[in-house]
Design a binder for this molecule. Structure first.
Ligand SMILES: [Zn+2]
Length: 105
């Protein structure tokens, strides 16, 4: 068992151990206090999405800052090799990244 110094987002205890990886290869940690598993993205607006945070952030920025359509953002991402990134979850991304879910969507 390898112990790691990563604070648990649930209880704040900094005694955790590495506990596998998720489907995207991100390290899972397990808290030795409350036994919950988490990744570095848990409790962030990017939690639960399979897309990397930098891709989500840039897609939301382009969409909001330059008032591009969803299709325009999808095309720009596709030109950079991110095919299919700005499909269904677009409104959820904008909502969670920009207003942290306060709008209720
Ligand atoms: Zn904990």
């Amino acid at each position: 068992m390898s112990l790691a110094v990563v604070a648990c987002p649930n209880c704040g205890l900094a005694v955790t151990r590495k506990n596998g990886r998720d489907r995207q290869g991100r390290q899972f940690h397990q808290c030795l206090g409350c036994c919950r598993r988490f990744t570095a993205l848990t409790a962030t607006p990017f939690s639960g999405y399979r897309f990397p945070p930098d891709i989500i952030a840039i897609a939301v920025r382009w969409y909001l800052r330059y008032r591009l359509s969803y299709a325009d953002v999808a095309e720009l991402l596709a030109e950079r090799g991110c095919v299919g990134y700005f499909g269904y979850p677009r409104s959820a991304w904008c909502c969670r990244v920009v207003c942290a879910g306060r709008c209720g969507r």
